[in-house]
Structure formats: C-alpha cells, structure tokens
Design a protein around this ligand. Structure first.
Ligand code: MG
Length: 439
C-alpha cells in the first residue's frame, strides 16, 4: 500500500514590485509569491503539487498555516485520499482547533485549499488525466460526493446538483471535442496595471487586441480623472468592438463607488470588479442597483461558498470571479460553480498572480464540459508573467486558453525556480537590486 510520506512547503517569492507588475489601487507594490506545497509519497515519481498565492510577506503566515495541516496528511494511504477527495477535504476543514481561526475563511482556509488542491493534482496524475478532464469524467454522483453542502441547501441541494449534472452528462463528449479544438476564451489584464504610463497601457492594449483578446481590463480607483482619461485612451487603442472591464480592488465605500462609476458611465464597461469590500453582500447589491446596467462583480477575495451563496441570493452581482487558491480547494469551487449555474451568473475566473492561470483554467474547462456547457459568454483572466516557472505552463493562442493535456492540475514548479526564488535565501533575494533598472 503506497503512503504519503511528507507534506513539504516552500516559500517562493518573485520580486515583481521592482517593475510595478501587478500594481493596483490597493496593492501598490506586490511581490507575487507562492506558499508552495508538495505532497510526497513513498514512490519517488508520485507526488501532488499545490500552492496558496500571496503578494509577499503573507507567505510567512501562509506557509506556517500549511505546515499546521501536516498531521492530517502524512502517513495516509494514497488511495484513501484520492479515492475520497470529499472526505479528505472535510477532515481538514473539520479540525476544530484550526477551524477556530476561521471558520472556513482567511489564511487557514487558503492553506486547506492548497493541500486539497495538491490532493486533486495527485489524483489526476495517477489517473493520467489533466484535472479538467478528471473532473469531467466523474459521474454526477462522484462529483456531488466531493462537495460539502453544509450551509448551502437553502440555495442548492445535492439533488438539484445531481439533476443539473445529469442534464449535462449526455453531451459531455461533444464539448470535450469542442474544447480541445477551440480552447476557452481568455481576457487580459496585462495592459491595465495602475503603475503603468498611458503610453505603456495603450501599447499593451493594442498588442492584446492584435494577439486576439476580445476583452481587456484596467485597474482603477486612485483618481477619478485619471480613470476617465485612461478608459478613454484604452477605448481609443482597442476600438469599439473590444470590451473594457475595470477593477477597483475593493477601493471604495458604497456611495463612493456609485459616484465614481457614474463618472465612468460613458465608457460602456463590460464589468466593474471588486468595487467595495468582498464581504459586503448588501453593498454590492446597492451599487448594482444604482449603476445599472453596468455589470458588477466580485469573488477573487470572497472567502467561501457561503458568501457566494448570499451574493447570488441577494442579486448582488452580474458575474463572479472564482479563484482556484482562495477557497478550500477544488471541492468548494465546484459548489460555487454549481450555484452560479443555478442562479444564471456568469463566471470570469480570476487569474494572474503566480500559477493562478495554470490552476483556474482547469475549473473553467470542467465547468464548460460537465456543468454549464457555456464558454463563449465568459472568459478566464490572463496575465502574461511568471508562466516560465511552471512545468506545464498555460498555452494561449489567439486569445484562448488551450486545454492542458498533461496529467494533473498544472501547479508544479521547476526545481530551479524553487532554488532561485526561495525566500529569503535564494540568489534573487540576495543579489543587490539594480535601482536604475528597477525604475
Ligand atoms: Mg481583480
């Protein structure tokens, strides 16, 4: 019987603040980082990989939280984990001494998500399938068995989820073929970081359109006059047929958001992302009513399925972002995708960061094949940096994510990356910064 022998964690940080990549109204100088986890087994070539994304110093806390879960994982039979991914996640979430820190929110929940995702990666690798296909090939009953429906049944019951999945099942094979041929639509945030000059933003926006993207996203929220100018310049750069979304990264109070968005009303925004606190369900509903028909969204910082449930029940959002490394792993994201499908809310997965594109593409593709059957009225975020550090990096062609074929969840990093970017002792963090170049 093969066993899990260790849960190894790594503090990996990239000095992105030196170029202002990733800068927005709330996060002016992020160092994109991963609290990276490897579930090792007694078979040298069998392991599962996962990560929690942070933007720098959060890695200290995040890594410690993952380490606190080791006793739930080390020593288990591999089959015990991969054969019951629902039970595995429930045991981690149910550790009452750790649950006290949430429940099911924040650092501890993200740590659980990283470990649970590593378990799904391990299961998909052993099945010889990319994760999206591993999920798509589950029967409706197997998929529903991975989900914790506690706190959800006033919005979605297991029976309703089964009905939805059974309705989608007969046509899955057709959609798998379609996905392999067409890919899944992407949109890009690469032009829109707040620290970029107007010229750099316009150049990158034009390049995005030439590369086939049909939607770009700009960061907003520091200065309304700047936002109006940047949105107009972006429109000039991309033309009338490419959608422009904006992302305030939680910058505003509710009345502030309404006043600001009214100033942007002539831009015809595809959506406004994170106008206010991710916990403020009723605030999102108020903003949405006040600025209709401008679509409102949130989700990349939404802490768990319960808050998503309330966003749907309160008609607070037109669309959502899911994040593969925020909530408690694949299981909870499947619950969120099923609820979004029931409530008719489109999903535009959050990506960028470190490895978030690599991970979340699998969830969006599984949603298309096994749940909603829809992909052309939605898109996965794409930011073109840090992919070279992954063994199975995303492939974007003509504005579409190409479906991964390599077994697993695409979270594995190169061994050399772990060495070079390890914090604080990796060479990247020990070498003196070239200040002139960084500016
Ligand atoms: Mg965002």
């Amino acid at each position: 019987m093969s066993k899990i022998t260790s849960l190894d964690t790594y503090d990996v940080r990239f000095p992105t603040s030196r170029e202002l990549d990733g800068s927005d109204a709330m996060n002016p100088d992020p160092d994109y980082s991963a609290a990276y986890v490897v579930v090792r087994t007694d078979q040298p070539h069998v392991a599962g990989y996962g990560l929690a994304f942070t933007i720098g110093r959060g890695n200290d806390v995040q890594k410690a939280a993952i380490d606190a879960l080791a006793h739930h994982v080390v020593g288990l039979d591999i089959a015990e984990v991969t054969g019951d991914l629902g039970g595995f996640a429930k045991r981690l979430i149910g550790d009452s001494q750790l649950r006290w820190l949430g429940p099911e929110k924040g650092v501890m929940h993200m740590a659980i998500g990283a470990v649970v995702n590593a378990a799904w990666d391990l299961a998909a690798r052993l099945a010889g399938k990319p994760l999206w296909r591993f999920i798509a090939d589950m029967t409706p009953e197997q998929l529903v068995a991975t989900i914790d429906f506690r706190y959800l049944t006033d919005a979605l019951t297991p029976a309703e989820a089964l009905t939805m999945l059974h309705a989608a099942a007969p046509t899955k094979a057709k959609r798998i073929a379609q996905l392999l041929e067409e890919g899944y639509p992407a949109y890009t945030t690469s032009p829109g970081w707040l620290g970029y000059t107007d010229e750099k933003m316009q150049r990158l926006a034009r390049e995005a359109v030439a590369a086939g993207f049909r939607t770009i996203k700009l960061k907003v929220g520091l200065n309304v006059e700047d936002d109006i100018r940047r949105c107009r310049l972006a429109r000039e750069a991309v033309g009338p047929d490419v959608a422009i979304a904006v992302d305030a990264n939680q910058r505003w109070d509710v009345p502030h958001a309404i006043a600001w968005l009214r100033r942007l009303s002539d831009v015809q925004l595809a959506w406004v992302e994170e106008p206010t606190s991710p916990d403020d369900v009723l605030g999102h509903a108020t903003i949405r009513r006040a600025v209709a028909p401008t679509p409102i969204s949130t989700g990349e910082h939404t802490q768990n399925r319960v808050v998503f449930k309330q966003l749907f029940q309160a008609n607070a959002v037109d669309l959502i972002q899911i994040d593969a490394a925020r909530v408690g792993g694949v299981n909870e994201n499947l619950a969120i995708l099923l609820m979004a499908a029931k409530y008719g809310v489109r999903v535009f997965p959050h990506a960028g960061g470190v490895g978030l594109c690599e991970l979340v593409q699998h969830l969006a593709m599984a949603d298309f094949v096994a749940i909603t059957g829809k992909k052309d009225d939605r898109a996965i975020e794409f930011v073109d940096h840090l992919h070279q550090h992954f063994v199975d990096p995303v492939v974007i062609r003509n504005g579409h994510y190409i479906a991964p074929q390599t077994p697993g969840f695409s979270a594995q990093m190169h061994a050399d990356t772990l060495k070079q970017y390890s914090y604080p002792d990796g060479p990247v963090w020990c070498e003196p910064v070239d200040v002139a170049k960084a500016q």
